[in-house]
Design a protein. Sequence first.
Length: 77
Amino acid sequence: MSRFFHRLKVSQKLMLISVFFMIPDTVLLCLFLFSINDNIRFAEWEKYGNEYQRPLENLLEHLPSHLVIARRSAARK
């Protein structure tokens, strides 16, 4: 390995070193982009969940009064 490295020209050595430094940077950049996309996807699903939840909150708000009215109606019969 040492002989191989000593036979290279200076420009080739610099290129090899640059490539070895770019590999971890590229991996970290990919991981960073994947995490950003995951956060965006999570926010989109949270938005869908909020849209789904709003009508349910309205329904749950009126459910106790409906229960009281239904019990009164059943008691009269």
